[in-house]
Ligand binder design. Structure first.
Ligand code: TRP
Length: 321
């Protein structure tokens, strides 16, 4: 317990939304008081499923602003990025020697991403990025990895890499564990998976008007009596769940309060609840955007790099280089 180190991260591909907040950011803010913690802006991982890194500088800054606005405290948490830590990236080389090509091609998350990819060709990085993710976790000897279900295969790869390294070269790495939340799964406003690219997600950084417009377009049904019924009325239930999370109340209560108000009353309540909930976060975000937040990232990078230098040194020594 007391030697645990938490490592998690996100790819800087766009703004974080409420699904991220209730799915993982709120949990990080809780964990930062208990464990040493690293949060990775996984910039090199952006090019696994797209040809170009895109607006990488801007997306990196935006992600950093989202982190800081929700209360991730750089006094407690080391926030850093792949591209600033050469020694982390160098771990990929010995780690790749520890896994077979057939193990890499069996990874269910990678298979799924290839199936849904819009790229003309599948790159080698698509198959090997889970091993790079092992380097993300092991460079700081991370032991707890808070992630969603889709990331479990990558934590398995990390355990495999750690175990094989230790067997071949001597005990260097702890075996990390995934940490799954018990959080309710928020769906997008159209009832599908919440995702920026589907236009069904409320970004933390959206304006109140943008938020209202998105919720106005949300799918509901024509039954005027609002009830919390996840099986038969999933879209209505999802809106009630969202309002419940923002208000800290059970969704059933909120349904009862709306009663026969129908979709109109439901949507106005949800809009109010979301905007109220995000108001202090958005305010902090706007204030932070006026400051030089990049210095915070530079400080995190420096700390993470020291850790990576030490671990790479141990790895080289263990391997006899
Ligand atoms: N693959 C993760 C995602 O797309 C991001 C990530 C990169 C990560 N490296 C990590 C998550 C290490 C946890 C641990 O969300």
């Amino acid at each position: 317990m007391h030697n645990d180190v938490v490592l998690t991260g996100d790819r800087p591909t766009g703004p974080l939304h409420l699904g991220h907040y209730f799915g993982s950011l709120a949990n990080r803010v809780r964990l930062q008081d208990t464990y040493p913690m690293y949060v990775l802006i996984a910039d090199y991982q952006v090019i696994t499923d797209r040809d170009l890194p895109g607006e990488i500088q801007r997306n990196t800054t935006e992600l950093l602003l989202d982190y800081l606005a929700v209360g991730i405290d750089p006094g407690k948490v080391t926030i850093f990025q792949h591209s600033a830590i050469p020694e982390l990236n160098q771990l990929l080389l010995p780690f790749l020697s520890l896994v077979s090509v057939s193990e890499l091609s069996r990874n269910p998350t990678v298979k799924d991403e290839i199936a849904h990819s819009s790229q003309a060709a599948v790159s080698g990085l698509m198959f090997t990025y889970p091993v790079h993710q092992a380097a993300d976790i092991l460079f700081c000897k991370g032991t707890l990895v808070p992630v969603g279900k889709d990331q479990l295969p990558h934590v398995e790869v990390t355990r495999l890499v750690a175990r094989r390294f230790n067997e071949r070269y001597g005990e260097v790495f702890p075996l990390p564990e995934a940490m799954m939340g018990e959080r309710p799964m928020l769906k997008g406003l159209d009832g599908g998976k919440m995702s920026k690219s589907r236009g069904n997600a409320i970004a933390l950084s959206a304006t109140e008007d943008e938020t209202a417009a998105l919720i106005r377009k949300a799918r509901t049904d024509s039954d005027r009596l609002i009830t919390f019924d996840e099986t038969n009325r999933p879209e209505v239930a999802n809106l009630l769940t969202l309002a419940g999370l923002c208000l800290g109340r059970p969704p059933q209560d909120i349904a009862e309060e709306i009663g026969y108000g129908g979709a109109v009353a439901l949507k106005s309540l949800v809009t109010e609840a979301v905007n109220e909930f995000l108001r202090p976060i958005r305010k902090r975000r706007a204030e932070l955007a006026e400051t030089d937040v990049r210095t915070i990232l530079a400080a995190g990078n420096e700390k993470a790099r020291e850790r990576a230098v030490a671990t790479l040194g141990e790895v080289r020594a263990a391997m006899g280089f």
